[in-house]
Ligand binder design. Structure first.
Ligand code: PSU
Length: 317
């Protein structure tokens, strides 16, 4: 395997990692970088809103004083920071693999194109020395998990990999009480921002208290650094509620979720297919409103992640 020319000196040289020149320069100078995932582009939103949103999210990170690093797998390499053309190709592509911890290495070996989920993005961000990552909502414990055993690998990754993930909570299609229970069991700090309630993706409130609350990005960055000093593995989940003007009230979205779940069950949708199917059906059933909310919450998360990354960089400097 050829060595990427633009690796900073402090990264192991045999990794199949290619940092964009902008990300490599920021890393080398210890300037703030925010990782961004690509499954939200390929499996979470329709074209062309997916590409438009990815660009707006990157712009939001830049406006917050950090460098965006959108992560995907192409041609046997993990790309940390995509060009505009690569972003567009990914947004239009079909049959892109949805990569989690289990299939990241396989995709690198076969040379297929793969989009990274929260779990895979955390792994790649950590390999590239990036500590902060913004997404929409993490995966979690699916409803009916007591018989299906469908629990997202994102939860286990939060327990294993030291990256702070900024999300609008977990997607409300999930069983949120069980998701919080598993996060507690795994020792993952769940930190609500600006409120006590754990946010529910399209809605600000879930009716469930978050275990921790921190309203200041510098405190979140300090907690990230403290975990490293203590030698604790794993990251933090920063649960940032959707802006009020963009939220869909729980009583409005819950019946829509129930309808989409019933359809998924009737069609026998399982495993990796469940979340993309539900997001698409909820988009259709809300006449596109769920997508507008999803876009607003991702932009909001990118803004906060940039501030946390900046605070972390200040601590390192
Ligand atoms: N956030 C969004 N939309 C998405 C996702 C996050 O706003 O589609 C993706 C993330 O990549 C996350 C995945 O890891 O959904 C969860 O998939 P699953 O439930 O199959 O683990």
């Amino acid at each position: 395997m050829s060595l990427p020319a633009n690796l900073p000196a402090n990264l192991p040289a045999n990794l199949p990692l290619v940092l964009s020149p902008e990300v490599a320069a920021a890393r080398a100078a210890s300037r703030p970088v925010v990782a961004l995932e690509s499954t939200i582009i390929t499996h979470g939103m329709p074209f062309p809103q997916n590409v438009e949103t990815a660009r707006r999210v990157e712009a939001e990170v830049r406006a917050g004083g950090a460098v965006p690093a959108t992560i995907a797998v192409m041609g046997g390499q993990i790309l940390i920071g995509l060009t505009d053309g690569q972003l567009d190709d990914l947004g239009r592509a079909r049959d892109v693999r949805k990569l989690s911890r289990a299939d990241l290495a396989a995709c690198l070996v076969t040379g297929e194109t793969g989009a990274t989920t929260v779990a895979a993005t955390m792994i790649c961000a950590h390999l590239a020395g990036i500590g902060v990552f913004a997404t929409g909502g993490i995966g979690g414990v699916h409803r009916g998990a007591e018989s299906s055993f469908d629990i997202s690998a994102d939860l286990q990754e939060l327990a294993a990999t030291p990256v702070t993930v900024v999300a609008a909570g977990a997607k409300a299609i999930l069983d949120l009480p069980k998701t919080l229970e598993v996060l507690e069991t795994l020792g993952v700090p769940v930190i609500a921002v600006g409120q006590d309630d754990f946010p529910a993706f399209w809605s600000r409130a879930s009716g469930l208290p978050a275990p921790l609350r921190m309203d200041d990005p510098a405190t979140i960055a300090a907690a990230h650094a403290m975990r490293a000093r203590l030698g604790l593995p794993g990251g933090q989940l920063v649960a940032n509620p959707i802006p009020t003007e963009a939220e869909i009230q729980r009583e409005v979205i819950l019946p829509v979720i129930e309808a989409a779940l019933a359809e998924a069950a009737a069609h026998g949708i399982a495993a990796k297919g469940v979340t993309p199917f539900l997001l698409q059906r909820i988009f259709e059933l809300t006449g596109g409103r769920s997508l507008d909310s999803n876009i607003a919450l991702v932009l909001n998360n990118a803004r906060l992640a940039a501030r946390i990354a900046a605070a972390l960089a200040d601590m390192v400097a």
